[in-house]
Design a protein around this ligand. Structure first.
Ligand code: NI
Length: 171
């Protein structure tokens, strides 16, 4: 296991759609690195391309204690998802997002309020995650990374919805 460097925008690897992940020793090692790198960062989610791995995999844990000291949002704890697919989106919410690959900005982004995600876990078992609120935002944000989409791509109005970050801490 290793904490890896997180690629920063505008690295072209962040803009390329990822390949389907195939289970192998190499993938398992990459998943452990993804998990370890996320927990070493101030973020609540990380996608494989952000550590330079071209495979459809994400790590999310919105329940970790936020740097702000506020209570952590409700959630499933660590979600390590391979080949995740969003199979249901309902409702709408707009929340402020950050990204470990875009450390200087935050933005208000419109996303589905509730999602169902179907994936495989690190042990190659099928998993279905149904969630809402902040965890649903985090999953949509990380799965976007697998398509080469960044939150900047979803900002509707850069004048009203995009902000320079004043202090550390990222989603
Ligand atoms: Ni991100």
């Amino acid at each position: 296991m290793a904490v890896r460097d997180i690629l920063l925008f505008p690295d072209p690897r962040l803009k390329a759609p990822c390949r389907e992940a195939a289970f192998s020793a190499e993938l398992r090692a990459a998943l452990k690195d993804l998990e370890e790198t996320m927990y070493a960062s101030p973020g609540v989610g990380l996608a494989a391309p952000q550590i330079g791995v071209d495979a459809r995999a994400v790590a999310v844990d919105v329940t970790r204690k936020p740097p702000s000291g506020r209570p952590a949002p409700a959630g499933h704890g660590l979600l390590l998802l391979v080949n995740p697919r969003i199979t249901l989106m309902e409702g709408e919410q707009k929340m402020r997002e950050g990204c470990l690959s875009i450390p200087d900005f935050l933005a208000d982004v419109r996303r589905a309020a509730r999602v169902r995600v179907e994936a495989w876990d690190a042990d190659e078992r099928p998993v279905i995650v149904e969630t809402a609120g902040f965890e649903a935002v985090a999953l949509q944000h990380e799965i976007d990374h697998l398509e080469g989409l960044l939150f900047l791509d979803r900002v509707e109005n850069v004048k009203t919805d995009l902000f320079r970050r004043k202090k550390k801490g990222a989603a």
